[in-house]
Design a protein around this ligand. Sequence first.
Ligand code: UN1
Length: 501
Amino acid sequence: MSELSSAFQRCGIEPGEHQGGSLAVRSPVDGAELARLHETPASQVNEIISRSKAAFLKWRNVPAPVRGELVRLWGEELRQAKQDIGYIVSIEVGKIIEEGLGEVQEGVDICEFALGQSRQLCGKTIVSERPGHRIMEQYHPLGPVAIITAFNFPSAVFAWNAALALVCGDPVIFKPSEKAPLSGIATFKALERAIARFGDKAPEGLAQIVIGKAPLAEALVDSSSIPLVSATGSTRMGRAVGPKVASRFGKRILELGGNNAMVVTPAADLDMALRAILFGAVGTAGQRCTSLRRLIVHRAVKDELLQKLLKAYSTLRIGNPLTSGTLVGPLIDEDAYDAMQKSIRAAQEQGGKVLIGGERALEAEFPKGFYVHPAIVEMPEQTAIVRHETFAPLLYVLTYDDFDNAIEVHNDVPQGLSSCIFSNDMREVETFISAAGSDCGMANVNIGPSGAEIGGAFGGEKETGGDRESGSDAWKQYMRRTTNTINYSRELPLAQGITFV
Ligand code: UN1
């Protein structure tokens, strides 16, 4: 039995589930077919939504800390399956195995976070202007949540959303990316095992998965029975999803494109910046929404930094992500490769100079795998192509002289996910994270833009979508808030001093 078949088996994915279907799943590693999944017929979506609605009526009454016990068990299952799911992520998405494992760890972490959160779903008590009155807030479960994820984090982003939704009292319907459904299924199976261990208190239909393409996602997006749609992917996808959900007054969490930059000032520790640039721009082959795409470097340190960077880029180990020591795996598919080539050409037309990389790699060994040499392109200014997100290891370098101008350039892109500054000058650092600094949802100091921990709220502004998921108070989006004014007096005074009868 192949290593993959054994991993499927240990994850509870039966041969009948991954063979004989119409949806072919290919590995970006070498183009080999990994599975043929059975697609969920669109005609079944209504039934799935009905089951979710019925599950909600029961689940909302289970005390939140008891719901927390379910995600605790899920975290245990993920821990146990970490090697297998990490391996499936790696072979299906092309991430190096270290990052595949890290992604599963992110799922474990959010389960533990959600477990704690299950005892802290609390609102405020507010003083009333009226005697003998008290105002308080409660957070109540919201209803079925649709979770639509992208190929690049096929396990963790489902876990981020589902762990919180479940402790908040909401059933989940998961639509993994059709480019990486296997990792999603493996993560979902771990949840099913947790549900089985949890027992009768978990209603039937609490967690469901649909396998297939965009029409399934559209059916979920359009359903007024789904009060919250959490969608991760491109800005183009968000532009389609956002207005549809809004038109039926649904809530949404949109996690869309980024165009993340690093400002490197003369006061930076350049060796640290170098390491952060490498992980940020080259890690995950530049296919994180938080990947580093723009380097805004002061003229005084540019040459030194670029010299170090070019040296490091020239020795990057590109190859099979499952082989230990590899740093850069393949792009997800040929379209991603073509998009990178197109952006490099556009950059050149707009005055850019390719300093290194951009060419296809390992074509002889992997004719159906799209490996590239990560590219660095120096730009004379922030032209149209630099303002566009290309999901590939393509780093633009921009030079600045004046710090205020660096911040202006930094913010002058349509996206607003993550950002960072490398500097040991407290004036620069504090300015960068101040109201007049970075306009992104995440602004880091002396660490790169990618690889966030789950404890903070994750997300960004502008075309990134404006929403937050994962840590901090992101849980509130999975609940509805009620404000309760309680009168324990024998009078009935009106607010604002109004007298009536
Ligand atoms: C994504 O790329 O969609 O901060 C999510 C990070 C990861 C999550 C990225 N923790 O890079």
